[in-house]
Design a protein around this ligand. Structure first.
Ligand code: F6R
Length: 603
């Protein structure tokens, strides 16, 4: 995730851009940059790391009150390391671009442009945009036509702002897949990746839709879709700062739950192709000599590891063993070099996980990190990394990071299965559809959310919760219980449904709440019997299923799909929202629950 801003006007352009970027720093802070064009004079500043480094670098520059245009970017590295050369704005001879998203066909474009003599300074996918624009301009002479030609050659997701000395008062913009907002205020025209930078400056805004593009100057604005001019709908912007950062949600956790469907697409982008699955981070050679996989992680990441073990064994047919990192590190583990050692971490800084990784490295194992934060300690240490691309997660209770970890593990299982010959191209196509369906199924249905809000009031007391599931739904049950514990402070346990009869069922009475995960597509009859056993002991049962369960006191319906992974992702959202609503009713601080921290860098 990156953030972009743009400004047209004469009101201290540099600070307008820098202040806008400050509001977007939550989207990434690997590097930042700005480019300002005033009366054909171009000034560009870039710095790695946090925005304060850019502020320092650009401190001598004053935009004064001369009219000008400017664009800015804050980066969450995806293609290319977080160096200054890879920082945006990227430029060609006389044009500059900032971009949020991923250009999937950038290597093909780059090859073509290189043949024509273009040379590239960065390793990013973005740089091709600006070179392609200038090539198109040579041919078409008209900046708008050149811009249209450029964006129509791009595949993937983008929000783009482009400026050129050829038309020094204009910002060209385009949106497809990544967010872009156009705003107008007393002091100028603004662009940003979210509302936050626009609050207090723009009074009315257009939330651009996919495929829309256009240009703006101080006196003219044009919007297009499919080469036809549009009259977009401007909306008033009245929100306050706090509201904006949370994009109107009550808590960051809520916002993060709601953005999962979009984030999951970003996780898949460029990796899941129609007939193939690729990781630019490594090739299938990673598996040479590997007989089994060991995964180490903590907390929520441990739950995704457990879920991943079901996928890796079932799909890739590789023996997979999961351990809690804090247990692993002191057990004097016997490690084999034929084991691929995987660590999973949102922050990349969890001390126990990092230590487990060090042990594995010292024993000569190949190591792979599945992580959300590039350049973190874990990423720097591991031999290979897959970034989960969840963007910054602010809520202490992890939601979207979990979703992306599961998606990565699913993709990895397919990637390994392909290498081992267990998967044909046609199977990949089917899986791709399931993945897209899974991502879509995490889009929060407002009616379902309302239902969970109402239902939550019945679950504020009692002597505890059991979240039960079987197979891959068991780790999901663990995660549902953890979410509830963390933010509601109620006692909850995740349990394999088939194990209840071996002890815990003794707790069953009407004050014991059981949340049963009952997918239609995996062991439905088995879990149905387990739920009936508990219901017979008078426990209060809420079932999550597409099928009506007679023995349940409450039903939470999910859609009827043909894939247990779609059911998995949809249930995940139900559990997250359930914990959120119980916590809100109990009056707790959802985003900063007591005793917890986002990154656990101590043992
Ligand atoms: C729970 C949660 C924690 C983390 C755990 C590991 O919502 O966020 O359980 O999952 O502290 O953290 P990472 O994934 O950063 O290693």
């Amino acid at each position: 995730m990156c953030g972009i801003v743009g400004y047209i006007g004469k009101d201290d352009i540099k600070n307008r851009l820098l202040d806008g970027l400050a509001e977007l720093e939550y989207r990434g802070y690997d590097s930042a940059g700005i480019a300002i064009l005033q009366e054909s004079d171009l000034s560009i500043y870039k710095a790695t790391g946090k925005l304060e480094n850019l502020r320092e670098k650009a401190k001598e520059y004053s935009s004064g009150d001369t009219f000008g245009i400017g664009i800015g970017h804050t980066r969450w590295a995806t293609h290319g390391k977080p160096t200054e050369a890879n920082a945006h704005p990227h430029f060609a001879e006389f044009s500059y671009v900032v971009h949020n998203g991923i250009i999937e066909n950038y290597s093909e474009i780059k090859k073509e442009l290189t043949k024509k003599g273009c040379s590239f300074l960065s390793q990013t996918d973005t740089e091709v945009i600006v070179h392609l624009f200038e090539e198109n301009l040579k041919e078409h002479k008209n900046t708008l036509v050149a811009f249209e030609k450029t964006i129509s050659s791009l595949k993937g997701a983008y929000a783009i702002l482009l400026i050129t000395k050829n038309s020094p008062e204009t910002i060209y913009f385009a949106k497809n897949g990544s967010p872009l907002i156009y705003g107008k205020g007393e002091n100028g025209i603004y662009f940003a990746s979210s509302d936050a930078p626009l609050i207090g400056s723009a009074s009315e805004v257009v939330y651009l839709e996919d495929g829309e593009y256009g240009y703006a100057t101080n006196s003219e604005e044009k919007f297009f879709l499919d080469f036809k001019e549009l009259n977009p709908e401007f909306k008033k912007l009245h929100v306050n700062k706090t509201f904006a950062q949370k994009d109107g949600f009550r808590y960051f956790m809520e916002k993060e739950i709601y953005e999962q469907h979009q984030i999951l697409l970003e996780t898949m982008m460029g990796r899941v192709l129609e007939h193939d699955i690729v990781f630019e981070e490594f090739d299938a050679g990673i598996l040479v000599g590997v007989e089994s996989i060991k995964i180490c992680a903590c907390g929520t990441s441990y739950h995704s590891a457990l879920a991943g073990s079901y996928l890796l064994e079932r799909i890739a047919k590789i023996r997979t063993h999961v351990e809690i990192a804090s247990e692993f590190r002191y057990k004097e583990p016997i490690l084999k070099e034929s084991e691929l050692f995987v660590v999973i971490s949102q922050s990349g800084e969890t001390a126990d996980t990092l230590e487990a990784l060090k042990i594995a490295k010292a024993s000569g194992l190949k190591t792979l990190a599945i992580c959300n934060v590039d350049n973190s300690s874990i990423v720097r240490l591991a031999d290979f990394t897959i970034l989960t691309r969840a963007g910054i997660e602010k809520g202490v209770a992890s939601t979207k990071a979990f979703a992306t970890q599961i998606m990565v593990l699913w993709m990895l299982s397919l990637f390994f299965a392909k290498f081992k010959g267990h998967l044909q191209k046609s199977d990949i196509k089917k899986e791709l559809h399931k993945m897209i369906e899974s991502a879509a199924s995490t889009k929060v249905d407002e009616k379902l959310h309302e239902r969970l809000k109402k239902l939550s009031k019945r679950f504020l007391h009692g002597h505890g919760f059991f979240f039960i599931g079987r197979d891959i739904f068991f780790p999901l049950a663990l995660e549902g219980a953890l979410k509830l514990k963390e933010i509601s402070y109620l006692h909850a346990e995740g349990y394999p449904a088939g194990e209840m009869k071996h002890g815990p069922i003794a707790l069953a009475d009407s004050e014991l709440f059981t949340i049963a995960l009952m997918p239609k597509n995996l062991l439905f009859e088995k879990i149905k019997s387990n739920v009936e056993e508990i219901a017979a002991r008078d426990a209060t049962i809420a079932a999550i299923s597409p099928i009506c369960i007679d023995s349940a006191d409450d039903m939470i319906y999910i859609q009827n799909s043909d894939s247990y992974m779609v059911e998995f992702f949809e249930m995940m959202v139900v559990l997250q929202l359930f914990a959120l609503e119980v916590s809100i009713r109990l009056g707790n601080d959802v985003d900063m629950p007591r005793n917890l921290a986002k990154s656990v860098t101590v043992e």
